[in-house]
Write a protein that binds this ligand. Sequence first.
Ligand SMILES: [Zn+2]
Ligand SMILES: [Zn+2]
Length: 306
Amino acid sequence: MLRVTFLGTGGSLPTPERNPSAIIINREGELMLFDCGEGTQQQMMRAKTGMKALSSIFITHFHADHILGIPGLIQTMSFHGRTEPLKIYGPHWVHEFARILSSLGYYKLKFEIDAIDLSPGDVVKRDDYSIVALKTEHSIPSLGYALVENMRPGRFDRQKAIELGVSPGPLFSKLHKGEAVEVDGKTINSEDVVGEMRPGRKIVYTGDTRPCKAILEASKDADLLIHDSTLASDQQQWAIESMHSTSEEAAKLAKEADVLKLVLTHISSRYSDNPTQLLEEAKKIFDNVIVANDLMELDVPFRDKN
Ligand SMILES: [Zn+2]
Ligand SMILES: [Zn+2]
């Protein structure tokens, strides 16, 4: 499973409809938060994401609307008896942030916080995927993130394997894993029955930013691009000054990068209850686009059937 749940989709300020920024990704049962605005833990409860499996929080930048939910969330997890360490990644200053977190108030956390500073281009390697830190353009040091899954084995030609005399069972899985097998003194190589390696899935999350090169490059052929879309095009000048993007700019980048799907988020409070203008302006440029809503869930499937 690769599921994205939008916990907070508002820009800068909470509104009755939208919490500040937070996205949770469930990848095969592991939870990762990208930004954690005020109220994120209650949104997690409403979305029934759970908290126990949360391995990491990736912070795009230290504006309050992206981090204020962290103190409450970690206190709740500690209260529930969490003992596993929590990794918090972000632009430099994450160490200082973690130190402040653990000295807030009188509570003592029951688990460790591993603070990890990231610079643009840094790659966090996990078993089956990586998280790449991307250089974004905002008013303070900031990062975007790309979740990139490893290549997967190619398609297994079951029929051909049977024709070559291989019986379904353990030999099938050996072949699929790339090993050769022997049947009646004859060697059958993996390449004979397994197609070329296939790409995994890719999700890019920009955080707050102007449209920029690193996001464009990382978004090439992404399955999902979640882009800053704070303002409409009549606010272009303010988008430049406040270092955010318009929905039109997000759509242009999505088109150029040839992404499969674009989700607009970080919606300014002025469009909070009616983001139609943002959507319409984006749709003129890139068709497969939606505006995120709080508690919206999106599953990201493999492009080809398994
Ligand atoms: Zn923001
Ligand atoms: Zn910001």
